[in-house]
Design a binder for this molecule. Structure first.
Ligand code: PGA
Length: 232
């Protein structure tokens, strides 16, 4: 089971080093941390399995503010999140750019956590499956069921809000995603130590993408321990 911590724009290098010193992933779980770019080197040096929070599709070029897959690999970074809803909402990320980032990262040898999920309005309008289909098929058409690809299902209304999809709803969305693309599917959106057992026990929930609760060693460790318990 994969438990990934998305630190978003939190933790510079010194906080990253402190986390790495204190964190011991339990056996039987792949625990990955996704720090902001300036902290990637500290995370790798601290022995954390490290993913970036995005990656550009070109190996180099005139793309101010972006980083490439070869640069991440040179640092010892093992993969990248792509298409997080905050990038879709605030930075113009589209299904097309998510697909381009995924292709480049996988071809270069990185792992990819590609994020999908419906907004509150889309869910209320009954469009959840339409939106998931568009997002997942765009990734599938670009890269197929690649062995280093996982999808993260993150309903936008559950991110950072304290609201989680009920385990039933998460399970239904994960099962639907797997009918479109047969790769592991992580759940994301307000995953906490208190709800991890219930979410991770669902048959098609293959791990978690954790935001807020990944910032503290204790809560991230507790979620990793849930995963280890459930899959042992
Ligand atoms: P959250 O964030 O756990 O703080 O809701 C999840 C994410 O954005 O990946």
């Amino acid at each position: 089971m994969l438990i990934a911590g998305n630190w978003k724009m939190f933790k510079g290098p010194s906080e990253t080093r402190a986390f790495a010193d204190a964190f011991e992933p339990p056996d039987g779980v792949d625990a990955v941390l996704c720090p902001p770019y300036p902290s990637l080197a500290a995370a790798v040096e601290g022995g954390l399995a490290t993913y970036a929070q995005s990656v550009h599709w070109a190996p180099e070029g005139a793309f101010t503010g972006e980083v490439s897959a070869p640069m991440l690999l040179e640092l010892g970074v093992q993969g990248a999140i792509v298409g997080h809803s905050e990038r879709r909402q605030f930075f113009g990320e589209t299904d097309e750019t998510v697909a381009r980032r995924s292709i480049a990262a996988l071809e270069a040898g990185l792992g990819v956590i590609a994020c999908v999920g419906e907004s509150q309005e889309e869910r209320e309008a009954g469009d959840t499956e339409v939106i998931l289909r568009l997002q997942v098929e765009s990734i599938r058409d670009a890269v197929g069921a690649h062995e280093r690809l996982v999808i993260a299902y993150e309903p936008v209304w559950a991110i950072g809000t304290g609201k989680t999809a009920t385990p039933d709803r998460a399970q239904a969305a994960h099962a639907f995603i797997k009918t479109l693309l047969d790769v592991p599917v992580l759940y994301g959106g307000s995953v906490k130590p208190e709800n991890a057992d219930e979410l991770l026990s669902q048959a098609d929930v293959d791990g978690a993408l954790v935001g807020g609760a990944s910032l503290e060693v204790e809560s991230f460790t507790a979620i990793c321990q849930s995963a280890a318990r459930i899959r042992s």
